[in-house]
Design a protein around this ligand. Sequence first.
Ligand code: GTP
Length: 417
Amino acid sequence: NTANTAGAGLSNVIRKKLMGYVGFANLPNQVHRKSVRKGFQFTAMVVGESGLGKSTLINTLFNTTLYPPKEPLPPAAERPKTVAIESIGADIEENGVRLHLTVVDTPGFGDFVNNDDSWKPIVENIESRFDSYLEQENRVNRIKIVDNRVHACLYFIQPTGHSLKQLDIEFMRRLHTKVNLIPIIAKADTLTDEEVAEFKERILADIAHHNIHIFQAPTYENEDEETLAEAEEIASKIPFAVVGSDKLVDTPDGRQVRGRAYPWGVVEVDNEEHCDFVKLRQMLVRTYMEELREYTNDVLYENWRTEKLLSMGVAQDSSVFKEINPAARLQEERVLHEAKLAKMEAEMKMVFQQKVQEKEAKLKQSEEELYARHKEMKDALEKQRIDLEDKKRKIESGRPLTPEKSSTTRKKGFLRT
Ligand code: GTP
C-alpha cells in the first residue's frame, strides 16, 4: 500500500490549497538576502588583438577604471613572444550588492607573425581554473570554494567588414566547448550601419559553418512574453557591435554622455541607435550574469569534469558505490580484464591476418614467376621440336639439309662409287 502511494506520488502531483499563510512564499527573499550577504563572483575573459579596445570596454561595462590608462606598447622586438595571461580583480558594489569581478586579459593574442598556437595558453588557463575548482571540490573541507572559472569570454573581432579571419575561427573552435563565447565587433564606430549589418551576417554564417556554439540567452517554458521578447532582442544583436569610451563628452544638444566625439558628431555608447553596447551589458551583467555562471557550472565544467575523470580511469557516478562495495569493484575489474583480453585477441587476429596476407602475396608472386619460367621453357622446347621436325622432314624428303652439308655428302658419295 505504501509503495503504491509512493508510486502514485511520483507520477501525480497532488495540489492542495493551504488553509492559511505558512510562509514559504518568503523563500525567494531568504535566498535573495543570503546571496546579497555572500556577494557574487564573476570572471570575464577578454581576448582579441591588441588595440581593439578591450580595456576601454571593460571600464565602460563596469563603469569603473579597472584598467588604468596604459603605457604605449614596447617595440615589437621587446615584446614577449607568447600570449600572457593577466588577471585583475576588483570588488565593486551597487545598491548594497557586492560583486567580486575578475577580468582575465590575454595580451599578445594574435600579435605575432605566426599566430597558429595563440589559443593554446588560453585553453590551458581555462582548464587550469577548472582543475583548481575540481581540486577544491575533492577536498575534505569544501565549505569555502573559490570559483575562479571563466564565466564568459568576450572575443573581440577586428572591424574589417570582411569576414572572420582564420585566427578568429581557430580560437572559437578550440574554446567554444570550454567557455561561454560572446563575439564582439570592436570599434564599431569605424563601420557604417550597412557595413555592420553585412559584417554580422558573414560572421554568423562563418560561426554556423564551423559549428561553433556561442552563448545564447536561454529561454524556458512558461516564460512571460516580456522575457521572451528581451531574449529575442538580445539574440538579434549577436555579434554585438560595440563602441567603448570611459570619457564623458558633450553632445550638440547640451547633454553629457559617455561617447566618442568626432568632427561630424558624437557616438554615444549608451544609445541603442548608435551601437549594441546596452544589449551587451544586458546580456553580460544585467540579465544573464547568473545564467552565464550556471551554464559554466552545469554544462561546460560538468562536461570537462566527466572527461577528465573518465580519462583518469574513474567511472563517474558509481565511484562511491564501488569504494564501499568490493563485489562491484571486482565485477568492474573483471569487465576491464575481459575487455583487455578481447582487445588483445583482436590485435592478434589482426596480426595473423596481416601475416597470412603477406604470405599469400609472396606465394602468388613466386607462382607467377614459376609460371613465366615454365612458359619460357615450354616455348623453347616447342621451338626445338619445330626445328627438329623440320630437319626430319627434309631428311626424309632426301633434300640436302644445307648447301655446304649437301656438297660434302655429294662428294662423299662420289668417292665411294
Ligand atoms: P591592448 O591593451 O594593447 O591589448 O589594447 P586594448 O585592446 O586594451 O585597447 P585599449 O582599450 O587600450 O584601446 C586602444 C585604443 O583604441 C585607445 O586609443 C582607445 O581610446 C581606442 N578605442 C577604444 N575603444 C574604441 C572604440 O570603440 N572605437 C574607437 N574608434 N576607438 C576605441
